[in-house]
Every structure is written in structure tokens, then in C-alpha cells.
Write a protein that binds this ligand. Sequence first.
Ligand code: DC
Length: 221
Amino acid sequence: MIIAIDGPAGSGKTTIGRMVAEALGFALVDTGLFYRAVTVEARRRGIAADDVSALTLMIGAIRIEVNTSAVVPSGALLSVDGRDVSRQAHDPAIAADLSRIAQLPAVRQLLVEPQRRSARGDAVVLGRDIGTVIFPDADVKYFFTAPAAERVARRRRELDQARGTATSDAVLEQEIGARDRADQERDIAPLRAASDAIIVATEGKSVRQVFDEVMARLPKH
Ligand code: DC
């Protein structure tokens, strides 16, 4: 069974997706990691974020491994050719290149099959275009929404917990705003709810409430 969860940055996909996968004993496939792997490796090789031919060659030549364990993995979350790049993958310094690379049709096309392969069997699959492009026949599709201000506040809490950094709200607003625009305005596979997706408005709800809502709407077997 494939459970697709799409939505913008900070809408709660990762937190809820992990809980759902754990509760059901499913794999968790966070497809953003594929775009992050390509971005980290391109930067390491000095390939520009708009150099489509170099990126295409690179993607054909590398092995991206995404950890799909629903419990927070003890080993590498993400590796490229056996090198653990989990930490670099979430470095805010890659954000601008990440958005640019995720907009390139050739890159998106090359990452379709690896994403599908990583979600064989029972899986919760997180992304932007899972219900529309990667798994249009998913057994159930959710589309998470939350206003930008609430998503900024969630990111703030995550960052505060993770590193105690002093990123200002203005910087976070800019980052989320830029990601929203990049996700929504790209020509290929823009962020959009599939026509058969269940819309989950997470605004003002606790993690528990959203989790319960998702579990209650799973198809019955
Ligand atoms: O979910 P995330 O923040 O890890 O996603 C990283 C980037 O990849 C973000 O810019 C959106 C993009 N992305 C995408 O375009 N399609 C997906 N299925 C997943 C992520």
C-alpha cells in the first residue's frame, strides 16, 4: 500500500508521516532527500545549479541511498556513493541551489524511477508531487496545508531545538516564501493537490490531532 503525503515546507509531512509509518510498520520515503542528495553532490563537484547537462551526467553516474526506516535511523539517513551526506543535506546554505535544481525538468525526470524504486511495498511517501506524478495510483493521498506564518513558527521551533541558532523570523519567512514560490510556480510538477487528495488543514491542530485525522481516513482493508 502506498500512502502519499504532499504539501509545502513546514506543513507537518515529515513529523506525521514518520508517526504513521511507524504505527503501520511501513517504510518512510522522504523524496526531498533525492533532491538534497543531487544538490549536495553538485556543490561538492562545483557543478552550477543551472548546468543541466553536467547535472544529468552526474545523476546517471552516482548512487543515491535513502534510508527508509520509519524509526529515526541510527545509520546514515542519506548517502551518495557510500558517503554519508545527511548533515550537508539539511544545511540551510544549500537552500538556493536546492530550489533551482528541483525546478529543472531533466533532473525531476531522472529522479522519478529512483523515487518509485525506493518505495516498493508498503510505504508512506512524502513530497510535493507524489499524488500527481510519482504515485498517481497511490492507495490514499493526503495534501497538507498550513498558512506560511504557522510554517515559519514550526521551522523556528525545529531550528531552536536542533542547534540553538539565532535565525531571525524575517530570514525564515524569506526562506519559506522563496520555497513556496519555487514549488508552486515551476512548470513541471508544481506543488498542487491531486484531484483525489484528502486535504488536511493542519493550522492550529496538535501533532496528535493531525495524526488521528490521517489514521481515521486510511482506506479500510
Ligand atoms: O521536503 P524537502 O524540504 O526536503 O524538499 C527539498 C526540496 O526538494 C524542496 O525545494 C522541494 C523539492 N522537492 C520536490 O520538488 N519534489 C519532491 N517530491 C520533494 C521535494
